[in-house]
Design a protein around this ligand. Structure first.
Ligand code: PLZ
Length: 444
Protein backbone atom coordinates (compact mmCIF):
# COMPACT_ATOMS: atom_id res chain seq x y z
CA UNK A 1 0.00 0.00 0.00
CA UNK A 2 1.33 3.45 -0.94
CA UNK A 3 2.18 5.96 1.78
CA UNK A 4 -0.75 8.38 2.27
CA UNK A 5 -0.12 11.91 0.92
CA UNK A 6 1.79 13.80 3.62
CA UNK A 7 -0.67 16.66 3.68
CA UNK A 8 -3.54 17.77 5.90
CA UNK A 9 -6.79 17.24 3.99
CA UNK A 10 -10.09 17.80 5.79
CA UNK A 11 -13.15 16.61 3.89
CA UNK A 12 -15.81 16.43 6.61
CA UNK A 13 -16.34 17.78 10.10
CA UNK A 14 -14.40 15.63 12.56
CA UNK A 15 -15.57 13.01 13.39
CA UNK A 16 -17.17 12.46 9.97
CA UNK A 17 -20.36 10.51 9.21
CA UNK A 18 -18.68 7.11 8.81
CA UNK A 19 -16.74 7.54 12.10
CA UNK A 20 -19.98 8.55 13.87
CA UNK A 21 -21.62 5.34 12.64
CA UNK A 22 -18.74 3.22 13.91
CA UNK A 23 -18.81 5.14 17.19
CA UNK A 24 -22.39 4.02 17.85
CA UNK A 25 -21.38 0.40 17.26
CA UNK A 26 -18.32 0.90 19.50
CA UNK A 27 -20.32 2.40 22.35
CA UNK A 28 -22.71 -0.58 22.29
CA UNK A 29 -19.88 -3.12 22.43
CA UNK A 30 -17.23 -1.47 24.64
CA UNK A 31 -17.13 -0.47 28.31
CA UNK A 32 -17.01 3.21 29.24
CA UNK A 33 -13.67 2.77 31.03
CA UNK A 34 -11.85 2.84 27.67
CA UNK A 35 -11.26 6.53 26.97
CA UNK A 36 -10.64 8.24 23.61
CA UNK A 37 -8.89 11.40 22.48
CA UNK A 38 -10.17 12.07 18.95
CA UNK A 39 -13.18 9.88 18.14
CA UNK A 40 -12.36 9.07 14.52
CA UNK A 41 -11.77 5.58 13.20
CA UNK A 42 -8.58 4.97 11.24
CA UNK A 43 -8.41 3.54 7.73
CA UNK A 44 -4.65 3.78 7.23
CA UNK A 45 -1.63 5.66 8.56
CA UNK A 46 1.85 6.40 7.22
CA UNK A 47 4.63 8.84 8.11
CA UNK A 48 2.93 11.57 10.16
CA UNK A 49 -0.52 11.27 8.58
CA UNK A 50 -3.49 9.34 9.93
CA UNK A 51 -6.27 8.82 7.37
CA UNK A 52 -9.70 8.24 8.85
CA UNK A 53 -12.60 6.25 7.39
CA UNK A 54 -14.09 9.46 5.96
CA UNK A 55 -10.90 10.20 4.01
CA UNK A 56 -9.64 13.00 6.29
CA UNK A 57 -5.84 13.31 6.46
CA UNK A 58 -4.98 14.22 10.05
CA UNK A 59 -1.51 15.41 11.12
CA UNK A 60 -0.22 13.10 13.81
CA UNK A 61 1.38 15.06 16.67
CA UNK A 62 0.90 12.13 19.08
CA UNK A 63 2.54 9.05 17.50
CA UNK A 64 0.09 6.81 19.36
CA UNK A 65 1.61 8.19 22.60
CA UNK A 66 5.28 8.20 21.56
CA UNK A 67 5.16 4.80 19.86
CA UNK A 68 5.44 5.40 16.11
CA UNK A 69 8.62 7.47 16.34
CA UNK A 70 9.79 5.97 13.04
CA UNK A 71 6.43 6.90 11.50
CA UNK A 72 3.32 4.81 11.18
CA UNK A 73 3.98 1.86 8.87
CA UNK A 74 7.71 2.54 8.41
CA UNK A 75 8.84 0.33 5.49
CA UNK A 76 11.83 -1.02 7.47
CA UNK A 77 9.36 -2.19 10.14
CA UNK A 78 6.62 -3.43 7.82
CA UNK A 79 8.97 -5.51 5.64
CA UNK A 80 10.43 -7.28 8.66
CA UNK A 81 6.98 -7.92 10.14
CA UNK A 82 5.83 -9.48 6.86
CA UNK A 83 8.90 -11.67 6.50
CA UNK A 84 8.73 -12.87 10.12
CA UNK A 85 4.96 -13.48 10.04
CA UNK A 86 5.39 -15.67 6.96
CA UNK A 87 7.99 -17.79 8.80
CA UNK A 88 6.21 -18.11 12.16
CA UNK A 89 4.23 -15.85 14.48
CA UNK A 90 4.77 -17.52 17.85
CA UNK A 91 6.45 -20.39 19.61
CA UNK A 92 6.69 -18.88 23.12
CA UNK A 93 10.33 -18.03 23.81
CA UNK A 94 10.16 -20.09 27.03
CA UNK A 95 9.29 -23.19 24.97
CA UNK A 96 11.43 -23.01 21.83
CA UNK A 97 13.75 -20.08 21.17
CA UNK A 98 14.42 -17.79 18.20
CA UNK A 99 17.45 -15.65 17.49
CA UNK A 100 15.57 -12.43 16.72
CA UNK A 101 14.82 -12.13 20.49
CA UNK A 102 18.55 -12.26 21.26
CA UNK A 103 19.26 -9.76 18.49
CA UNK A 104 16.89 -7.18 20.02
CA UNK A 105 18.41 -7.78 23.48
CA UNK A 106 21.94 -7.35 22.08
CA UNK A 107 20.91 -4.13 20.31
CA UNK A 108 19.49 -2.70 23.55
CA UNK A 109 22.60 -3.75 25.48
CA UNK A 110 24.61 -1.81 22.89
CA UNK A 111 22.57 1.41 22.64
CA UNK A 112 21.49 1.98 26.28
CA UNK A 113 23.67 4.28 28.45
CA UNK A 114 26.96 2.89 29.81
CA UNK A 115 29.49 0.43 28.41
CA UNK A 116 29.41 -2.02 31.32
CA UNK A 117 28.26 -5.63 30.85
CA UNK A 118 24.45 -5.61 30.36
CA UNK A 119 21.66 -8.08 29.81
CA UNK A 120 18.12 -7.57 28.53
CA UNK A 121 14.83 -9.41 29.05
CA UNK A 122 11.90 -8.71 26.71
CA UNK A 123 8.22 -8.32 27.60
CA UNK A 124 5.12 -6.96 25.85
CA UNK A 125 3.98 -3.75 27.57
CA UNK A 126 5.57 -0.89 29.46
CA UNK A 127 3.78 -1.78 32.68
CA UNK A 128 5.13 -5.32 32.43
CA UNK A 129 8.67 -4.00 31.95
CA UNK A 130 8.40 -1.80 35.06
CA UNK A 131 6.91 -4.69 37.11
CA UNK A 132 9.77 -6.95 36.04
CA UNK A 133 12.40 -4.33 36.83
CA UNK A 134 11.02 -4.30 40.38
CA UNK A 135 10.93 -8.10 40.56
CA UNK A 136 14.59 -8.26 39.53
CA UNK A 137 15.61 -5.41 41.86
CA UNK A 138 13.90 -7.12 44.81
CA UNK A 139 15.65 -10.42 44.19
CA UNK A 140 19.01 -8.75 43.52
CA UNK A 141 18.89 -6.68 46.73
CA UNK A 142 16.69 -8.86 48.96
CA UNK A 143 14.77 -5.66 49.82
CA UNK A 144 11.06 -4.84 49.35
CA UNK A 145 10.59 -1.06 49.04
CA UNK A 146 10.26 1.05 45.91
CA UNK A 147 10.70 4.84 45.75
CA UNK A 148 8.87 6.87 43.10
CA UNK A 149 8.04 10.55 42.48
CA UNK A 150 4.95 12.70 42.54
CA UNK A 151 3.63 13.25 38.99
CA UNK A 152 5.03 9.82 38.03
CA UNK A 153 3.36 7.48 35.56
CA UNK A 154 4.48 3.86 35.36
CA UNK A 155 1.42 1.89 34.16
CA UNK A 156 -2.01 0.48 34.96
CA UNK A 157 -1.24 -2.93 36.52
CA UNK A 158 -1.56 -3.20 40.32
CA UNK A 159 2.08 -2.48 41.16
CA UNK A 160 2.65 0.11 38.43
CA UNK A 161 -0.70 1.81 39.18
CA UNK A 162 0.42 2.00 42.79
CA UNK A 163 3.66 3.61 41.57
CA UNK A 164 1.69 6.09 39.44
CA UNK A 165 0.90 9.38 41.14
CA UNK A 166 -2.36 10.74 39.71
CA UNK A 167 -5.59 9.49 41.23
CA UNK A 168 -8.25 10.27 38.60
CA UNK A 169 -8.49 8.47 36.21
CA UNK A 170 -5.72 5.98 36.92
CA UNK A 171 -6.36 4.90 40.52
CA UNK A 172 -9.82 6.06 41.63
CA UNK A 173 -11.74 3.07 42.95
CA UNK A 174 -9.04 0.53 42.01
CA UNK A 175 -7.44 0.13 45.45
CA UNK A 176 -6.22 -1.32 47.71
CA UNK A 177 -2.85 -0.61 46.19
CA UNK A 178 0.41 -2.57 46.32
CA UNK A 179 2.40 -2.01 49.52
CA UNK A 180 5.99 -0.75 49.95
CA UNK A 181 5.69 2.11 47.46
CA UNK A 182 7.01 5.45 48.83
CA UNK A 183 6.67 8.79 47.03
CA UNK A 184 9.14 11.67 47.04
CA UNK A 185 8.38 15.11 45.55
CA UNK A 186 9.28 15.59 41.90
CA UNK A 187 11.51 18.65 41.35
CA UNK A 188 8.94 20.31 39.04
CA UNK A 189 10.80 23.57 38.28
CA UNK A 190 7.74 25.58 37.20
CA UNK A 191 5.74 24.70 40.32
CA UNK A 192 8.44 24.24 42.97
CA UNK A 193 7.34 26.29 46.02
CA UNK A 194 10.88 27.46 46.78
CA UNK A 195 11.49 28.48 43.14
CA UNK A 196 13.11 26.57 40.27
CA UNK A 197 16.66 27.32 41.44
CA UNK A 198 16.03 25.57 44.77
CA UNK A 199 14.14 22.60 43.30
CA UNK A 200 17.05 20.18 42.88
CA UNK A 201 18.57 20.74 46.36
CA UNK A 202 15.23 20.64 48.16
CA UNK A 203 13.92 17.64 46.24
CA UNK A 204 17.14 15.71 46.96
CA UNK A 205 16.80 16.59 50.65
CA UNK A 206 13.20 15.29 50.68
CA UNK A 207 14.21 12.12 48.87
CA UNK A 208 17.04 11.48 51.34
CA UNK A 209 14.72 12.04 54.28
CA UNK A 210 12.08 9.71 52.83
CA UNK A 211 14.59 6.94 52.19
CA UNK A 212 16.60 7.32 55.39
CA UNK A 213 13.85 8.06 57.93
CA UNK A 214 10.62 6.58 56.53
CA UNK A 215 11.54 3.57 54.40
CA UNK A 216 14.99 2.82 55.81
CA UNK A 217 17.68 2.64 53.13
CA UNK A 218 18.37 -1.03 53.91
CA UNK A 219 14.73 -1.78 52.93
CA UNK A 220 14.83 -0.01 49.57
CA UNK A 221 15.28 -2.14 46.44
CA UNK A 222 14.87 0.55 43.81
CA UNK A 223 14.37 4.21 43.03
CA UNK A 224 12.35 4.46 39.81
CA UNK A 225 12.15 7.69 37.82
CA UNK A 226 11.19 8.91 34.37
CA UNK A 227 14.14 11.13 33.29
CA UNK A 228 11.49 13.44 31.82
CA UNK A 229 8.06 12.82 33.34
CA UNK A 230 5.60 12.01 30.56
CA UNK A 231 1.93 11.65 31.48
CA UNK A 232 2.63 13.89 34.51
CA UNK A 233 3.24 16.87 32.24
CA UNK A 234 6.56 16.60 30.35
CA UNK A 235 8.40 17.74 33.45
CA UNK A 236 12.13 18.13 32.87
CA UNK A 237 14.04 17.85 36.17
CA UNK A 238 16.67 20.48 36.98
CA UNK A 239 20.15 19.79 35.64
CA UNK A 240 22.16 17.54 37.91
CA UNK A 241 19.18 16.12 39.80
CA UNK A 242 19.21 12.68 38.16
CA UNK A 243 22.96 12.27 38.65
CA UNK A 244 22.60 13.11 42.33
CA UNK A 245 19.79 10.57 42.73
CA UNK A 246 21.93 7.96 41.02
CA UNK A 247 24.84 8.75 43.34
CA UNK A 248 22.62 8.59 46.45
CA UNK A 249 21.18 5.25 45.30
CA UNK A 250 24.66 3.82 44.74
CA UNK A 251 25.81 4.95 48.20
CA UNK A 252 23.01 2.93 49.76
CA UNK A 253 23.04 -0.16 47.54
CA UNK A 254 19.74 0.90 45.93
CA UNK A 255 19.10 0.15 42.27
CA UNK A 256 18.42 3.25 40.16
CA UNK A 257 15.86 2.43 37.47
CA UNK A 258 15.24 4.90 34.64
CA UNK A 259 11.80 4.43 33.13
CA UNK A 260 12.55 5.50 29.54
CA UNK A 261 9.36 3.99 28.15
CA UNK A 262 8.20 7.36 26.81
CA UNK A 263 11.56 9.17 26.49
CA UNK A 264 13.70 6.40 25.01
CA UNK A 265 14.86 5.48 21.50
CA UNK A 266 15.72 8.93 20.15
CA UNK A 267 12.57 10.82 21.18
CA UNK A 268 14.36 13.53 23.20
CA UNK A 269 17.23 14.17 20.79
CA UNK A 270 19.58 11.63 22.38
CA UNK A 271 19.16 7.88 22.13
CA UNK A 272 18.02 7.98 25.79
CA UNK A 273 17.00 10.97 27.93
CA UNK A 274 19.64 9.94 30.52
CA UNK A 275 22.30 10.56 27.85
CA UNK A 276 21.69 14.33 27.99
CA UNK A 277 23.47 14.41 31.33
CA UNK A 278 25.66 11.32 31.07
CA UNK A 279 23.59 9.49 33.69
CA UNK A 280 24.07 5.70 33.59
CA UNK A 281 21.16 3.94 35.32
CA UNK A 282 21.56 0.47 36.83
CA UNK A 283 18.44 -0.62 34.99
CA UNK A 284 16.39 0.94 32.20
CA UNK A 285 12.89 0.12 31.00
CA UNK A 286 11.87 0.65 27.37
CA UNK A 287 8.70 0.00 25.33
CA UNK A 288 6.64 2.23 23.02
CA UNK A 289 9.05 3.29 20.20
CA UNK A 290 11.02 0.06 20.63
CA UNK A 291 8.51 -2.08 18.72
CA UNK A 292 7.79 0.44 15.95
CA UNK A 293 4.07 -0.03 16.69
CA UNK A 294 4.17 -3.67 17.79
CA UNK A 295 3.81 -4.50 21.50
CA UNK A 296 7.33 -4.97 22.82
CA UNK A 297 9.02 -3.86 26.05
CA UNK A 298 12.34 -4.50 27.73
CA UNK A 299 14.33 -4.35 30.94
CA UNK A 300 18.04 -3.75 30.36
CA UNK A 301 20.42 -3.72 33.30
CA UNK A 302 23.78 -4.52 34.79
CA UNK A 303 24.48 -8.16 33.95
CA UNK A 304 25.00 -9.18 37.58
CA UNK A 305 21.62 -7.71 38.60
CA UNK A 306 19.77 -9.19 35.66
CA UNK A 307 21.20 -12.63 36.46
CA UNK A 308 19.91 -12.54 40.07
CA UNK A 309 16.63 -14.25 39.20
CA UNK A 310 16.83 -18.05 38.78
CA UNK A 311 15.61 -19.75 35.56
CA UNK A 312 11.82 -19.66 35.30
CA UNK A 313 11.36 -16.51 37.37
CA UNK A 314 10.89 -14.19 34.39
CA UNK A 315 8.84 -14.50 31.23
CA UNK A 316 5.34 -14.52 29.79
CA UNK A 317 3.51 -16.34 26.99
CA UNK A 318 3.96 -13.45 24.57
CA UNK A 319 7.07 -11.83 26.06
CA UNK A 320 9.37 -10.98 23.15
CA UNK A 321 6.98 -12.17 20.44
CA UNK A 322 8.99 -12.88 17.25
CA UNK A 323 6.95 -10.56 15.00
CA UNK A 324 7.34 -7.74 17.54
CA UNK A 325 11.09 -8.48 17.78
CA UNK A 326 11.45 -8.33 14.00
CA UNK A 327 9.61 -4.99 14.03
CA UNK A 328 11.98 -3.72 16.74
CA UNK A 329 15.05 -4.50 14.63
CA UNK A 330 13.47 -2.43 11.84
CA UNK A 331 12.65 0.41 14.22
CA UNK A 332 16.16 0.50 15.75
CA UNK A 333 17.68 0.36 12.26
CA UNK A 334 15.51 3.31 11.17
CA UNK A 335 16.43 5.37 14.25
CA UNK A 336 20.16 4.71 13.78
CA UNK A 337 20.45 4.76 10.00
CA UNK A 338 17.92 7.43 9.06
CA UNK A 339 19.36 10.03 11.44
CA UNK A 340 16.21 10.18 13.56
CA UNK A 341 17.96 11.27 16.77
CA UNK A 342 19.17 14.35 14.90
CA UNK A 343 15.66 14.76 13.47
CA UNK A 344 14.33 14.99 17.05
CA UNK A 345 16.80 17.84 17.68
CA UNK A 346 15.76 19.58 14.46
CA UNK A 347 12.12 19.34 15.56
CA UNK A 348 13.02 20.95 18.90
CA UNK A 349 14.95 23.73 17.16
CA UNK A 350 11.94 24.55 14.98
CA UNK A 351 9.01 23.96 17.37
CA UNK A 352 10.28 25.17 20.76
CA UNK A 353 10.90 28.82 19.81
CA UNK A 354 7.44 28.98 18.25
CA UNK A 355 5.88 27.67 21.46
CA UNK A 356 8.01 30.06 23.52
CA UNK A 357 6.77 32.96 21.41
CA UNK A 358 3.28 32.21 22.76
CA UNK A 359 4.41 33.01 26.31
CA UNK A 360 4.68 36.53 27.70
CA UNK A 361 2.70 39.01 29.74
CA UNK A 362 -1.01 38.21 29.95
CA UNK A 363 -0.48 34.89 28.16
CA UNK A 364 -2.33 31.69 28.99
CA UNK A 365 0.91 29.79 28.31
CA UNK A 366 2.76 29.72 31.62
CA UNK A 367 5.59 27.39 30.67
CA UNK A 368 7.13 25.73 27.62
CA UNK A 369 9.41 22.77 28.17
CA UNK A 370 10.68 19.43 26.93
CA UNK A 371 13.46 18.06 24.79
CA UNK A 372 13.71 16.96 21.16
CA UNK A 373 10.36 15.87 19.80
CA UNK A 374 8.86 15.69 23.32
CA UNK A 375 7.65 19.26 23.84
CA UNK A 376 4.81 20.79 25.81
CA UNK A 377 3.13 24.00 26.95
CA UNK A 378 1.39 24.41 30.28
CA UNK A 379 -1.76 26.58 30.42
CA UNK A 380 -2.52 28.82 33.42
CA UNK A 381 -4.74 31.75 34.28
CA UNK A 382 -2.77 34.78 32.98
CA UNK A 383 -0.36 36.25 35.49
CA UNK A 384 -0.71 33.28 37.89
CA UNK A 385 0.37 29.65 38.01
CA UNK A 386 -3.22 28.46 38.58
CA UNK A 387 -3.77 25.54 36.19
CA UNK A 388 -6.20 26.17 33.33
CA UNK A 389 -7.27 22.68 32.19
CA UNK A 390 -10.28 24.14 30.34
CA UNK A 391 -7.89 26.09 28.12
CA UNK A 392 -5.80 23.00 27.32
CA UNK A 393 -9.01 21.19 26.47
CA UNK A 394 -10.24 24.02 24.23
CA UNK A 395 -6.86 24.24 22.43
CA UNK A 396 -6.89 20.48 21.84
CA UNK A 397 -10.50 20.62 20.58
CA UNK A 398 -9.59 23.45 18.19
CA UNK A 399 -6.60 21.48 16.85
CA UNK A 400 -8.67 18.32 16.49
CA UNK A 401 -11.40 20.13 14.56
CA UNK A 402 -8.70 21.42 12.18
CA UNK A 403 -7.17 17.98 11.71
CA UNK A 404 -4.13 18.17 14.01
CA UNK A 405 -3.97 15.42 16.60
CA UNK A 406 -2.48 16.64 19.89
CA UNK A 407 -2.65 15.13 23.39
CA UNK A 408 -3.41 16.66 26.75
CA UNK A 409 -1.44 15.51 29.81
CA UNK A 410 -0.32 16.69 33.24
CA UNK A 411 -1.41 16.08 36.80
CA UNK A 412 -3.70 19.13 36.47
CA UNK A 413 -4.82 18.27 32.92
CA UNK A 414 -3.51 21.63 31.69
CA UNK A 415 -0.61 20.62 29.43
CA UNK A 416 -0.67 20.15 25.65
CA UNK A 417 2.11 17.83 24.59
CA UNK A 418 3.59 17.34 21.15
CA UNK A 419 5.02 13.95 20.17
CA UNK A 420 5.30 13.98 16.38
CA UNK A 421 6.82 11.01 14.57
CA UNK A 422 10.54 11.82 14.13
CA UNK A 423 10.13 11.35 10.36
CA UNK A 424 7.59 14.18 10.04
CA UNK A 425 8.23 16.34 6.95
CA UNK A 426 9.04 20.00 7.54
CA UNK A 427 6.01 21.33 5.62
CA UNK A 428 3.66 19.19 7.64
CA UNK A 429 5.26 20.32 10.89
CA UNK A 430 4.91 23.96 9.81
CA UNK A 431 1.25 23.42 9.00
CA UNK A 432 0.65 21.72 12.37
CA UNK A 433 2.39 24.57 14.24
CA UNK A 434 0.26 27.20 12.46
CA UNK A 435 -2.88 25.39 13.56
CA UNK A 436 -1.60 25.03 17.14
CA UNK A 437 -0.66 28.73 17.31
CA UNK A 438 -4.07 29.76 15.98
CA UNK A 439 -5.72 27.45 18.54
CA UNK A 440 -3.86 29.21 21.37
CA UNK A 441 -4.55 32.69 19.97
CA UNK A 442 -8.27 31.83 19.73
CA UNK A 443 -8.43 31.35 23.53
CA UNK A 444 -7.48 34.90 24.45
N1 PLZ B 1 6.05 4.18 31.90
C1 PLZ B 1 6.95 6.42 31.44
O1 PLZ B 1 4.73 6.66 29.66
C2 PLZ B 1 2.80 4.58 29.16
C3 PLZ B 1 -0.17 5.54 28.99
C4 PLZ B 1 -1.43 5.60 28.23
P1 PLZ B 1 2.18 0.58 28.81
N2 PLZ B 1 2.27 5.88 28.93
C5 PLZ B 1 1.02 5.94 28.18
C6 PLZ B 1 -2.60 5.23 29.10
O2 PLZ B 1 -3.36 6.15 29.47
O3 PLZ B 1 -2.76 4.03 29.40
C7 PLZ B 1 3.95 4.43 30.11
C8 PLZ B 1 4.87 5.49 30.32
C9 PLZ B 1 5.93 5.32 31.24
C10 PLZ B 1 5.20 3.16 31.72
C11 PLZ B 1 4.14 3.24 30.83
C12 PLZ B 1 3.22 2.06 30.67
O4 PLZ B 1 3.34 1.49 29.39
O5 PLZ B 1 2.76 0.00 27.56
O6 PLZ B 1 0.99 1.47 28.56
O7 PLZ B 1 1.88 -0.46 29.84
Amino acid sequence: MAMPTQQRIIKTTLPGPRSLELQTKRDDALPTGLGQTLPVFVEEAGGAIVVDVDGNHIIDMASGIAVTSVGASNPRVVERIKAQAEKFTHTCFLVTQYDVFTEVAAALNRITPGDHAKKTALFSTGAEAVENAIKIARVATGRPAVIVLSHAYHGRSLLTMSMTSKNIPYKEGFGPFAPEVYRAPSPYPYRWAGGAAAAADEAIASLRELVLTQAGAHNVAAIVMEPIQGEGGFIVPPEGYLARVQQFATEHGIIFVADEIQTGLGRTGEMFACDHEGVVPDMITTAKALGGGMPLAAVTGRAELMDAVPAGGLGGTYAGNPVACAAALGAIEAIEQDGLVQKARDIEAFVKPRLEALMGEGSLVGDVRGRGAMLAMEFVRPGTTTPAPEVAKAVAAHCHAEGVLVLVCGTFGNVIRLLPPLVIEQELLEDAMSVIEAAVEAQR
